[in-house]
Design a protein around this ligand. Structure first.
Ligand code: SAM
Length: 214
């Protein structure tokens, strides 16, 4: 029974059922909510205890905001940022400015965790499974490489490997840039793309943690 309840809660979290408040920033702050932990580009994933932010109202969204510049959010206050399979949705030119604004909202010593499609892993897995991708009707991993393309925000515009993402984070002022393991998820019970290994049984996400210099 306990296990079933946990499973239902995980599924509700996965599909963003029931938790979202869909507020604008003023209403969110007026209600005294905490901006200490920011889940940016949350999509349908509601992280309990976090401020779940997306440009689209989903069942999981606490705050509807453009995360590229986080307009109106206090600077130097957040303790943690988490963003999963979102950064690749912005153009190569936009990324430094976006990382700079995420750096600004964090307090000194604050933590950022990013999960993005790992081009090194994806190309390796692709080459190891060429037969699968050469069956008529099988897509050549379009969603993972080019985005799900369900709406205007759901297109991939750039790509990453660890070396490149580390460089970008350091340029934006972050330090102690390291990979962190795909599993277990650092928020217990959460299922998102950072732990995904669907179809070929190998992780396809690059998970990176870094800190704003103290
Ligand atoms: C692939 S989804 C990832 C959702 C979730 N993090 C996950 O792991 O399932 C990318 C998300 O980024 C959001 N997004 C794209 N551009 C955005 C923007 N400018 N501001 C806020 N959210 C944005 C999309 O609406 C979408 O929910």
């Amino acid at each position: 029974m306990k296990n079933q309840l946990a499973r239902v809660k995980r599924l509700m979290s996965r599909y963003g059922i029931g938790k979202g408040r869909h507020l604008g920033l003023d209403a969110y702050l007026a209600q005294g909510h905490d901006l200490g932990q920011l889940h940016l580009g949350c999509g349908n994933i509601h992280l309990p205890g976090w401020c779940n932010v997306d440009v689209i109202n989903t069942g999981a969204t606490d705050l509807v905001l453009d995360i590229r510049s986080l307009p109106g959010l206090p600077r130097g206050r957040a303790e943690r940022i988490y963003s999963c399979h979102v950064l690749e949705h912005f153009s190569h030119d936009e990324i430094p400015g976006i990382l700079a604004s995420w750096h600004e909202v964090l307090k000194s010593g604050g933590e950022i965790r990013l999960s993005v499609p790992d081009l090194d892993a994806i190309t390796r897995i692709y080459q190891a499974n060429l037969e699968h991708f050469n069956v008529p009707g099988h897509q050549p991993w379009i969603a993972l490489i080019y985005g799900g393309q369900k709406d205007e925000y759901d297109f991939h515009k750039t790509g990453f490997n660890f070396c490149w993402l580390k460089y970008l984070l350091e340029q934006a002022g972050f330090s102690s840039v390291e990979r962190y393991p795909n599993e277990p998820h650092f928020v217990p019970g959460v299922i998102d793309n950072s732990i995904g290994k669907e179809r070929f049984g190998e992780y396809f996400s690059l998970n990176v943690v870094a800190r704003k210099r103290g």
